[in-house]
Design a protein around this ligand. Sequence first.
Ligand code: SF4
Length: 376
Amino acid sequence: MDVKMLKQELIAYSKEIGIDKIGFTSADPFTELKNRLIRQQELGFQSGFEEPDIDKRVTPGLLLEEPRSIISIALAYPSKMTVRVEGKKGERRGIFSRASWGLDYHHILKDRLKKLEEFIITKQPDARLKSMVDTGELSDRAVAERAGIGWSGKNCAIITPEFGSYVYIGEMITSLPFESDTPIEDQCGSCTKCLEACPTGALVQGGQINAQRCISFLTQTKGFIPDEFRDKIGNRVYGCDSCQTACPHNKGKNFHFHDEMEPDPEVAKPLLKPILKLSNREFKNQFGDVSGSWRGKKPIQRNAIMALAHFKDETAVPNLIEVLENEASPVSRGTAAWALGKIGGETALIALKSALSSESDKNVLTEIEKGLKFYS
Ligand code: SF4
């Protein structure tokens, strides 16, 4: 087998199937990452969404028998919508982060990796391959960094010189001894723009993130949002791009290479009030194809309630009262109570007082008290 030639063929084929950047690295363990992950765990900075077994996250040999290399791929996504919609008084809109625009990127990357796998198998039928995107054991970022896709920025994203950090990344462990590419030198330098831009101070100098403070993570949780973050979340219903938009390497980066990634504005920037009333089926119809729906309807509804409070949208008071009185989820009822207090007005006050005597859930009662405090 001529691995050098196969690598060149793969690079050419990757361009044909819409992979914007491809890099190769060894399947050696990611020893540096291991220490970082242990430290992250000790500090309580993890999100809880990651693979719990640190050894699996850093040892390709635990995931594929006798691995020899890892292929990393990157696809650039748009940073600006071509069709724009603007919210207005009485018709306020939320926003999904860019990584949730268009079709769920897990599907897109898996499709490209599958095509790459098929290509390799036609050339080398006995090759062993294992692909993964995001939810796999390996750190996509550590692989991309070592494979020369980009450097790992202080904003904890992979930054490519060509597309900035607006890239989706995934990888494939292989049994083939592809030659490694050279990593790209860190170009953050003394810049700290993303650290300053982070609304909650979640980024820690040195490229670490405290997931427990990260708005992107918080919008994906299912419980009550801690008080200190509620105002900072603004109108984000899923994710946060502050550390990306602040980065000078993302300036002017806006690529529309892939039709599947084009956002439907009514999904990426949806009207907030209708979200409060969506049935599960309606939610699936509107948001089911985007990655931001992976935690289901409830977190998006809770975030939409907070966004209406952020806008102090008085026209949403009847919708919020409806949630407070009839919604099954205590998190939605409680967040609606807080939102009603924040928006204020006589109607909201009457509803809060009435709920105080009819509500039995102690967490919701606490939120009603918080709502009433806005009047004192
Ligand atoms: Fe690096 Fe500055 Fe970009 Fe942050 S904003 S990732 S420090 S270049």
